[in-house]
Write a protein that binds this ligand. Structure first.
Ligand SMILES: Cc1cc2nc3c(=O)[nH]c(=O)nc-3n(C[C@H](O)[C@H](O)[C@H](O)COP(=O)(O)OP(=O)(O)OC[C@H]3O[C@@H](n4cnc5c(N)ncnc54)[C@H](O)[C@@H]3O)c2cc1C
Length: 268
């Protein structure tokens, strides 16, 4: 089926980590009045490569719906086609265009909102930023229902904690949002969390269960249960490369989590 292609005009481009070569982009769809999507969805970028072959790559929307604009967070991949096509869009004069179709995907928040653990590494933080903008819009209605929302963000070095200032400001503004960046190769001076995201996710779950006086489930829920009988009070949303996503899913399964409570998006 032919998809309707939209022309997205670059409005701004910012390198948010020189070391990791990560870029934040704002695009405008001039032909639309509004671009409607659910936070967490992605767009597909389309372009001809050097051999004249049409290439398509998915990119998570790094913002909540906002008029006819959308934002992306993209790492330049060495020798990669589309990530370089994006990262090389000229800054001066700004205004290059790309072709996209979408929105697509089902990596979206379950409603009504429950306690939620958002787990990301690298640019997997993009859909989480969209979720957080939707849950806690600045000057808008809080959609979190007062539920606890954790963002566990894993990366190697302090220099590649994307959007750190934004998430710290949000955590300072909103008492039920908890920001937990963790570094796997932290420098000595780092005073925050260390290690991989999995360990911190497990700790959050154990501490929450203790606080609520709930035992951790010892057995996985009966797979024969109908969707309508499932009533979860917490979900985990995971986004990043497959190795991390699988690692977190395995730890949650071992804790007795139902697979429907574990929502994930894999980038590779
Ligand atoms: C649903 C979905 C959402 C995505 N959202 C984002 C996003 O928000 N931001 C983002 O940066 N990427 C995202 N990706 C990954 C993106 O689609 C591309 O795979 C990535 O940009 C590399 O494309 P490329 O054309 O530059 O590299 P290619 O030319 O496809 O690949 C070149 C080489 O790099 C390797 N490679 C491919 N992807 C990666 C990677 N992510 N990291 C390291 N090596 C890689 C390949 O194995 C290959 O050897 C998403 C993927 C999916 C499926």
């Amino acid at each position: 089926m032919a998809r309707e292609l939209l022309t997205a005009r670059l409005e701004s481009k910012e390198c948010i980590s020189e070391v990791a070569q990560c870029y934040h982009f704002v695009f405008v769809l001039d032909e639309l009045e509004s671009f409607l999507y659910a936070a967490g969805q992605f767009v597909s970028g389309v372009a001809l490569d050097a051999k004249g072959k049409m290439q398509t790559r998915a990119y998570s929307l790094a913002s909540a719906a906002n008029g006819n604009k959308f934002e992306l967070c993209v790492n330049r991949v060495e020798e990669g086609f589309f990530s370089n096509h994006l990262a090389d869009l000229p800054d001066l004069p700004i205004g290059g265009t790309i072709q996209i179709h979408g929105p697509h995907g089902h990596f979206i928040l379950h409603e009504p909102i429950t306690d939620s653990i958002l787990v990301a590494t690298g640019t997997g933080v993009a859909p989480m930023r969209g979720y957080l903008q939707w849950l806690f819009p600045e000057g808008g209605p809080d959609r979190s229902n007062g539920k606890q929302i954790w963002l566990v963000y894993g990366t190697r070095h302090e220099s590649d904690i994307y959007y750190r200032a934004e998430f710290e400001a949000l955590a300072a503004r909103v008492p039920n949002f908890h920001y937990l960046p963790t570094l796997s190769r932290a420098e000595k001076s780092w005073t925050g969390l260390r290690g991989h995201v999995q360990e911190h996710v497990v700790r959050i779950i154990e501490e929450r269960a203790a606080r609520l006086g709930e035992p951790l489930p010892e057995l996985p829920p009966d797979p024969a249960l109908l969707q309508s009988e499932l009533n979860f009070d917490i979900y985990t949303y995971i986004c990043g490369l497959n190795e991390m996503v699988s690692g977190v899913r395995e730890r949650l399964s071992a804790l007795g989590w139902h697979k429907k409570q574990i929502v994930f998006e894999r980038y590779d």
